[in-house]
Design a protein around this ligand. Structure first.
Ligand SMILES: [Zn+2]
Ligand SMILES: [Zn+2]
Length: 1081
């Protein structure tokens, strides 16, 4: 593919668009690809003069409409004005001809009518909905209910779309605050002029190309225009006529008009080839790696299976033999070993524990087993699978297997405890319901032959530490009832150190590790896709939206009948992508595809999730947009492609997600779409690391005394603890914690501390503190027809304050809802459907302050100290922005109660001389400190396994920092970082390496080529305040000051800080008696 300069792009696109319209047009192909920087084609034919006149009228009218209203401009809005200028009726076909000439610049399509309104809540504020409790300072959010949302009206939009320097600047200006952007007269004239030039240039290039080839330019344009005449979505006939489909499939790169049967789709290789020939392609693929198909490697069992089991496997699963890893695992289990199998997704891992469980039952009907899964959904899935197998095994007809978890009805529990041979459960149930009731489970535990933990890699970090103690409590109880033969079997994705992890989780040391994957795989393609620069000539403008690139790929693949899953990192992105896809497919008239796309994420009701899973599994869905909730193996059938929007939370996560696509006899595709984040761009520059870097180590920390203590309190309640007997289960801190936290009786038995009584497991939750939840209720239909309100979601308090505030836009399945009313006492948020083409972003400020110091350490070569301790965050949501993409359309004030949380974290005070230097040089200290904190946050993934939001900082809010009046709120000059979830332990790890981390952040900052900050250094998508209060030089000074590195004060050009100083020297937080740790890093 020859490189195209952006200047010639319009012509190239033009040619690309006419390539599809028939053999006659193809002749013009070669010419415009020559290097011809600026073409002057001489005088224009009349036809093009006429088009130019029309273009100029459109240009003027649209620009003025747009500048005033910030709305998408519809055909109807501009029609009369344009007709007034051109003095004749405005013809759709003529507009399509203009679009054919400059396809990238013009948007001409049908969209949902509701989706282009912005301010209608204002317009209908005085409608029949009256507020119940108007708070002072809060606006009126009442909105007439949407029409029946399924009956969307469509309007024809005619508008310019551009991603160039000019509009980018306008966008940035808009970001700088409050008022929506209003173009000045001068800016407007410039914009019009620029569009005019684009048109002229495109026509010149076209004319030159045609002259060179002897083509008729008028015919070419008119032919190409036919594809650009918009068709009303509801009038489209579908499936389209077969002829059109055939011609589309025969040679052109355009996706077929009818989605092919996914079974009969094109090979991935062909699809990639077409993708790179598509007009959208600008060299985005920075790496393509192919993984060849692999044949099965078979293994041999050391014992003969009974004919009954053999037949069942054959008839239920078509299993005729065992892959090498399956056979090796089965043999090891039969030898009485603990086994961990770490192989790729879909390599047939469940057989590994199902078969021995069935063999055990054949030998001894009283034998039992526990199968543990990270989620209830997965347990249900696996239960069904084993049931289907079990009914086919002659001789085991009476055997009962069952799920036993939080959803199991009370009246069924006793029956299961007494009669089930295998239970499907999770660690939470084991911890809270099975272990504390050892007496009722004694029979089951005594006969327990096998404990299976599937998806072992899931248990890492705090969760890993928690479950490791649960597993050890289980081993201790089994031993107490006289059962010492139980084996532990785990299956896991491909992980770094399966043996070590298995040993850590169970506290066992004889582990057989199986990693040789004998399962066959199809051919796999992996692409790294980096969004192109907005302007090749000016990389500083950044790259185009990764989300839009991912949406494009998603639509492209679905149109080719490729069943695709698109993974997003956070729920919000998931909804924004769904909204975009909804919009784009509607505009393209592809309701047929839209009907087969669904979003899937946490927070949805169980019923909704099950329905989506079922749709996916049955093959009805063509596309799923998911968060990593689907990363774990819930079976949703076979997918052919995975798109990852942004580098997932770690290499392990990336491989898991990529593994969701592909089946044995079929080729598959995984695409990583790079975000602008430093970590993403790092992998785009070093693509081989994506394939070669080992997965992150899984963390289990049995020396975490807090977690150890809570489990010892539980264990002592299950069975009093004896130091000499139980040390082997609980690690090196065991004795000390028993002695200091438990109660010892005269005979040396340790029992639970009274503060944990009567039920210690009630005080210990494996998944952290269970937060209060807000219930989100959809009242759309209730209002309309007195119908029933519907519970849409339940969301945790910590998210509710940012997602359900009155007037905010709440998203569900890519549909937008207006938050009508939030009651903080009953924790109910009422929302109603409202199709809007903006989203809202809360405006808040958070004070992050240390409240207690636990540890202090030196920072190498510096007088400053790094502190670790308790941190309190106080968040106030005082309003919100209405946004479209990155543009702020409006700002709204709110009055809501503060939200206070506490967790752990670390901080470093900025030395007085550094603060003075900033002030001397007229650099805003708040900007400097905020930027320095972001520089640190953005390099954390290099040091620890973190996800977005795992670690946060105090983000400086422009509304607070740039106030006209001097504020009473002064903040300490301090770099501060906290754990997003309490006890994740991440800040503690970073604190141990403070010097390294700060030095690395400074290095990145000083080597970044940008002028005043970019996503690769100080800008972060996790900044809750839009990265506005930032200063790159200031950040360098702060980091140098803290590290005590030389600063050449004379070389710093003084800046002009127009704002009040909001930062004062930090007061140390009481730390008397805490020993100073040396920096040995
Ligand atoms: Zn930079
Ligand atoms: Zn920030």
């Amino acid at each position: 593919m020859p490189e195209r300069s952006s200047k010639r792009k319009a012509a190239a696109d033009f040619i690309a668009s006419i390539e599809q319209s028939g053999p006659a047009a193809k002749k013009a192909k070669a010419a415009p690809r020559r290097k011809a920087p600026q073409v002057d084609a001489g005088p224009w034919p009349e036809y093009f003069k006429g088009l130019e006149k029309l273009f100029k009228s459109l240009n003027t009218v649209i620009a003025f409409c747009h500048a005033r209203k910030h709305l998408a401009v519809t055909f109807d809005t501009i029609r009369s004005s344009v007709e007034g200028l051109i003095k004749q009726p405005l013809d759709l076909a003529r507009v399509a001809e203009i679009k054919a000439i400059i396809p990238d610049l013009v948007r001409f399509a049908y969209v949902e009518a509701e989706s282009i309104r912005v301010h209608h809540d204002r317009e209908v504020a005085s409608s029949s909905y009256s507020r119940k409790s108007g708070r002072k300072g809060s606006p009126d959010f009442q909105l007439a209910p949407a029409e029946d949302p399924s009956r969307c009206e469509h309007v024809l939009v005619l508008d310019f779309v551009e991603t160039n320097k000019n509009t980018q600047k306008i966008k940035e200006a808009a970001g700088k605050f409050s008022a929506p952007p209003a173009l000045t007269q001068q800016q407007l004239m410039k914009l019009i002029e620029k569009r005019s030039q684009s048109f002229t240039r495109a026509v010149n290039e076209l004319l030159a190309a045609c002259a060179a080839n002897g083509d008729d330019p008028v015919r070419l344009v008119q032919d190409a225009a036919r594809a650009h005449v918009p068709v009303h979505p509801l009038k489209r006939t579908r499936p389209n006529d077969v002829q059109e489909e055939e011609s589309a499939n025969s040679g052109s790169n355009q996706p077929p008009k009818v989605v092919p049967d996914p079974q009969l789709r094109l090979p991935i290789d062909t699809i990639i080839k077409r993708l790179t020939e598509d007009e959208h392609y600008k060299g985005q693929i920075v790496k393509r790696r192919e993984f060849q198909a692999k044949d099965a490697v078979w293994g041999r069992l050391n014992r003969t299976l009974s004919p009954a089991i053999k037949e069942a496997l054959l008839s239920a699963r078509k299993v005729e033999g065992f892959y090498s890893h399956q056979a090796a695992a089965l043999n090891a289990i039969w030898d009485g070993k603990n086994v961990v199998v770490s192989t790729s997704t879909a390599s047939g891992k469940s057989v590994i524990y199902q078969v021995p469980a069935l063999c055990n039952l054949e030998e001894d009907k009283s034998s039992t087993a526990i199968f543990i899964y990270p989620t209830k959904a997965l347990a249900q899935d696996q239960l069904t699978g084993l049931q289907q197998l079990l009914v086919r095994v002659h001789g085991l007809e009476g055997i009962m297997i069952a799920a036993y978890d939080g959803d199991t009805p009370k009246d069924r529990r006793q029956n299961i405890r007494e009669n089930a041979s295998i239970i499907f459960t999770n660690f939470d149930t084991l911890h809270a319901s099975i272990l504390p009731n050892e007496d009722t489970w004694r029979h089951f535990l005594r006969n327990l032959k096998m404990v299976v933990v599937d998806e072992l890699h899931y248990y890492s970090g705090l969760m890993g530490t928690q479950v490791s103690f649960v597993a050890r409590r289980l081993r201790r109880l089994c031993a107490a009832v006289g059962n010492r033969r139980c084996v532990f079997v785990s299956c896991s994705a491909t992980i770094n150190d399966p043996r070590g992890h298995m040993m850590n989780i169970f506290g066992v040391d004889d582990v057989e590790v199986i990693t040789d994957d004998g399962a066959p795989t199809g051919h796999k393609d992996f692409l790294l896709w980096n969004p192109p620069f907005l302007d090749e000539m000016d990389p500083a403008l950044g790259r185009s939206s990764s989300m839009q690139e991912a949406c494009y790929l998603f639509r492209y693949l679905m149109k080719h009948g490729v069943r695709t899953i698109l993974f997003c990192k956070i729920r919000r992105t998931c909804e924004l992508v769904m909204k975009s896809i909804r919009h784009q497919l509607t505009a393209e008239g592809r309701q047929d595809i839209l009907d087969r796309v669904s979003a899937y994420r946490g927070g949805y009701s169980v019923a909704d999730r099950r329905r989506i899973e079922k749709d996916a599994f049955s093959g009805h869905l063509l596309g799923i947009i998911a968060t990593n909730a689907l990363e774990l193996g819930v079976d949703i059938g076979t997918l052919d492609a995975v798109i990852m929007l942004g580098f997932p939370f770690g290499i392990a996560s990336l491989r898991q997600q990529a593994g969701r696509a592909g089946r044995r006899a079929r080729d598959s595709l995984a695409i990583l779409v790079g975000d602008s984040l430093p970590i993403d761009q790092h992998y785009m520059l070093n693509p081989d690391e994506v394939f070669e870097k080992p997965t992150e180590p899984l963390i289990v920390d049995i020396t975490n005394e807090g977690v150890l203590e809570s489990h010892l309190q539980c264990a002592a309640d299950e069975l009093p603890i004896r130091l000499q007997d139980d040390g082997k289960y609980f690690g090196p801190c065991f004795e000390e914690v028993c002695k200091s936290r438990l109660i010892c009786d005269k005979e040396g038995w340790y029992t639970t501390h009274p503060s944990y009584k009567p039920r210690p497991t009630m005080m210990v939750s494996l998944r952290g503190i269970q937060e209060d939840k807000y219930t989100v209720i959809d009242i759309t239909t209730q209002d309309e027809q007195h119908g029933a309100a519907r519970v849409l979601e339940e969301i945790e308090l910590s998210r509710a304050i940012f997602e359900t505030y009155e007037g905010g836009i709440f998203m569900h399945q890519g549909l937008t809802f207006l938050v009508r009313e939030v009651d903080h006492d009953t924790r109910i948020a009422k929302i109603a459907r409202a199709d809007v083409n903006y989203y809202t972003k809360p405006r808040d400020f958070t004070d992050v302050d240390p409240s207690q110091t636990y540890r202090i350490r030196e920072i190498k070569d510096s007088q400053q100290r790094s502190y670790f301790g308790r941190i309190v965050r106080k968040t106030v949501v005082f309003g919100f922005f209405k946004m479209r993409e990155t543009t702020i359309l409006d700002t709204v004030d709110l009055d809501s109660p503060p939200f206070i949380r506490s967790s752990t974290g670390f901080w470093i005070d900025v030395p007085r001389p550094t603060l003075n230097l900033l002030i001397d040089k007229d650099i805003n200290p708040a900007e400097a400190i905020h930027a320095a904190c972001h520089a640190v946050l953005s390099i954390l993934p290099v040091f620890v396994l973190t996800a977005l939001g795992d670690v946060g900082t105090e983000c400086k809010a422009p509304q607070k920092e740039y106030m006209q009046k001097e504020s009473q709120r002064k903040r300490p000059a301090r770099l501060i970082f906290y754990d997003g979830t309490a006890a994740s332990g991440i800040c503690a790890k970073v604190y141990d390496r403070t010097h390294h981390v700060l030095a690395k952040a400074l290095e990145i900052l000083e080597h970044c080529g940008c002028e005043d900050g970019c996503p690769a250094c100080i800008r972060s998508i996790s900044c809750t305040e839009h990265n506005i209060v930032q200063n790159k030089i200031g950040a360098q000074i702060v980091l140098r000051g803290v590290l005590n590195l030389p600063i050449d004060a004379d070389s710093i050009v003084p800046q002009y800080n127009r704002y009040h100083i909001t930062v004062v020297e930090a007061e140390p937080v009481g730390a008397r008696g805490i020993p100073l740790e040396p920096d040995e890093d």
